[in-house]
Design a binder for this molecule. Structure first.
Ligand SMILES: [Zn+2]
Length: 184
């Protein structure tokens, strides 16, 4: 069930998780809620290629395809690059703020087909914001970007102009539209 609290996925800063660090621990349902909101918000706001890549990275976190509880990731493995770092970090913080705004609007429920618990989505957005706030340009390992890019097939959305779902207007990953796959 969406938005219920049980152990599911962890978004950590660097892949290391301890009980008192700032890792964001969420139920499978809440993980989906967070990704859905970031995806809808980010698809609307992304303009540059590096911004769109960030959203594709998030759009790949599809438990319906990969399996429940299988979408843990860490902030450092996101497709950061040195030359656009400041803009990309500012972009993601804007995506979080806009997602927060969307969570208070009624229209979003129709698009998603569910109504998330407001406290839970706040918790997830705040936790993700804390992690994004923490990253500095010195933390970036561009090998992660290169690995992610070289792992993409030739027909991957990152090579095809970042198409969006016609129904949901969200950026696709190589799994297709997350919202379509989730039956939204
Ligand atoms: Zn769709």
């Amino acid at each position: 069930m969406k938005g219920t609290v049980d152990m599911g996925n962890i978004i950590s800063f660097d892949g290391i998780v301890s009980i008192d660090d700032d890792s964001l621990s969420m139920s499978n349902g809440l993980t989906d809620v967070l990704i859905d909101y970031l995806l809808i918000s980010g698809s609307e706001l992304a303009e540059s290629e590096s911004e769109k890549r960030m959203i594709v990275f998030l759009a790949e976190k599809q438990q319906t395809i990969i399996g429940m509880g299988n979408v843990d990731f860490d902030i450092l493995e996101m497709p950061w690059q040195t030359n656009t770092f400041s803009a990309d970090k500012a972009f993601l913080l804007k995506v979080i703020s806009y997602a927060r705004l969307l969570s208070l609007q009624k229209g979003i429920e129709d698009k998603l087909g569910y109504k998330p618990n407001q406290e839970h989505i706040e918790y997830a957005l705040n936790g993700f914001e804390t992690l994004i706030n923490r990253i500095t340009v010195n933390d970036i390992n561009e090998n992660n970007l290169n690995e992610w890019i070289s792992g993409a097939e030739i027909d991957d959305p990152i090579y095809c102009g970042f198409p969006k779902c016609r129904k949901h207007n969200v950026i696709l990953s190589h799994f297709g539209c997350k919202l379509c796959n989730d039956g939204a």
